[in-house]
Design a protein around this ligand. Structure first.
Ligand code: DAH
Length: 343
């Protein structure tokens, strides 16, 4: 009887160890444990058959069963550790980072030509002591027109040009509206530029858009003359387009300035001899300006007998198109990466 059980135990033990050796997964190990050591397992079955063993032989058989259990448990545990170690190795190997691989290229954004041009203009005027201010894009008719001496029947007020929201609220057509807001609020003297978006109901083409940007300038102090205006804008032109740039003031009309002028700069491509860029004239128009109209000063509460000033308005897109030699304004609004990354 003893021999018989001993053989069976040896057999079970051999089989269990062979099973464990050939297993390479944690789940299989678990199955093996159940198969041999579980409640209905092979080894447990041997224990149950102990009742058939003679009383005096039981301790010995019990010892044998226990030896087999310990041997199986030990191998199970060792194999479990080996499998876990192997799995960890495999995971680490799979997650290894090859630092010699070429890196993925991140797409980097580019500053828009408008932004570059604006920062350039701001740099120039801030350098001359100007403050940069902003005003609302949705504006009262009063600030956009009336306080700028643009009477009710002025063609600029025609609904073809202006986007009206209500009878007296509109999308500003010019940054000149900010002049009025600053004159009303700020202490004198004033030296400011006001960049911002403006709106006009224009058809889109190479030189027009219903929404574009202007930079307004305003200086108010005692004894400001046209000579100050001229000197300031000449310096602006030189810093923007190069030291050799000359300026030409042509008489013009704006309702809010008197006298008014349009300013041309000598063509920075041909130096003024005439080329395709300046359409043969040697000059390029860049802005409108003038001495602030006494009525405009008075409407904003400034005494025109004590104070005088000048103002100017520049189209930002115009500056960007000129400076970067872009021949179609629409390119500025498409945000095509292939276009933007050139600047
Ligand atoms: N607001 C004018 C326009 O949109 C531009 C302008 C002209 C502004 C003369 C001024 C100025 O401040 O003095 O066409």
């Amino acid at each position: 009887m003893e021999m018989h059980i001993k053989d069976r135990l040896d057999e079970i033990r051999k089989q269990a160890l062979a099973d464990i050796h050939s297993s390479d997964k944690l789940e299989t190990l678990n199955d093996i444990k159940v198969k041999y050591l579980g409640k209905k397992g092979a080894l447990t079955a041997v224990l149950k058959s102990m009742k058939d063993v003679a009383q005096e032989e039981r301790p010995k058989v019990g010892q044998l069963v226990n030896d087999a259990r310990v041997a199986i448990e030990e191998l199970l545990e060792r194999t479990r550790r080996e499998i876990q170690a192997r799995e960890r190795e495999a995971k680490l190997a799979a997650e290894v980072i090859d630092v010699t691989l070429p890196a993925k290229k991140n797409k980097v954004g580019h500053r828009h030509p408008n932004t570059i041009a604006l920062e350039e203009v701001e740099r120039i005027f801030v350098g001359m002591g100007y403050e940069v201010v902003e005003g609302p894009e949705v504006e009262y008719d009063y600030y956009n027109f009336e306080a700028l001496n643009i009477p009710a029947n002025h063609p600029a007020k025609d609904e073809q040009d202006t986007f009206y929201i209500t009878g007296d609220i509109l999308l500003r057509t010019q940054t000149s509206s900010v002049q009025v807001r600053v004159m009303e609020q700020e202490k004198l003297p004033i030296r400011m530029i006001a960049p911002g978006r403006v709106f006009r109901s224009d058809e889109v083409d190479a030189t027009h858009s219903p929404s574009f940007h202007q930079i307004e300038g305003l200086v108010i102090d005692k004894n400001i003359t046209f000579a100050d205006l001229k000197g300031t804008l000449a310096e602006f032109a030189r810093q923007l387009f190069g030291e050799q740039t000359r300026v030409k003031f042509r008489p013009h009309h704006f309702p809010f300035t008197e006298p008014s002028a349009e300013v041309d700069v000598s063509c920075f491509k041909c130096g003024g001899t005439g080329c395709r860029f300046c359409k043969g004239s040697g000059w390029i128009e860049i802005l409108g300006c003038g001495m602030v109209h006494p009525r405009v000063l008075k409407m904003s509460g400034i005494d025109p007998d004590k104070y005088s000033g000048f103002a100017f308005g520049v189209g930002l897109e115009r500056i960007a198109l000129l400076k970067y030699e872009i021949d179609d304004m629409r390119l500025l609004y498409e945000n095509d990466d292939r276009f933007l990354k050139q600047f």
